[in-house]
Write a protein that binds this ligand. Sequence first.
Ligand SMILES: [Fe+2]
Ligand SMILES: [Fe+2]
Length: 145
Amino acid sequence: MLISQDEMPLVAMEFMNAVHSEDIGIINELFALVVAYDRGKSSIEAINDKYQEWIAHTVEHFRGEEVMMIEKGFPPYAMHKGEHDRALDEMKRIFQEWQKTMDSSVLKIYLIEIVPLWLTNHIASMDTVTARFFDTGFSPCGIAH
Ligand SMILES: [Fe+2]
Ligand SMILES: [Fe+2]
């Protein structure tokens, strides 16, 4: 297992916690497939399918938060959306690099060194502030909705 569900910071919106928990499940499944692949026990197709599932889930994960940020008029929307766009671009770029090189260390380095830290930091910072705003109307800019 790469990320334990216990490491996931909880935010004030249950729908967001549920999506984050699913995300961690997919990341752990993907990592297990990559490790198994190195031992000749999974396939490129299995990794590709799981990675595509992860991208599709992430598109929906981010869209769900962005739709609600727009609906509720979250003031620092652009900052949070910008970080989603950057993370999704990186996820797609790593997939392309893996497709080009077929080098599983590209996936391992990304999954071990980048993803867990990024995800827990993002949830602990932007998602936490955003969920609190959804819940209470309090934003870091001091504008209540
Ligand atoms: Fe999130
Ligand atoms: Fe987010």
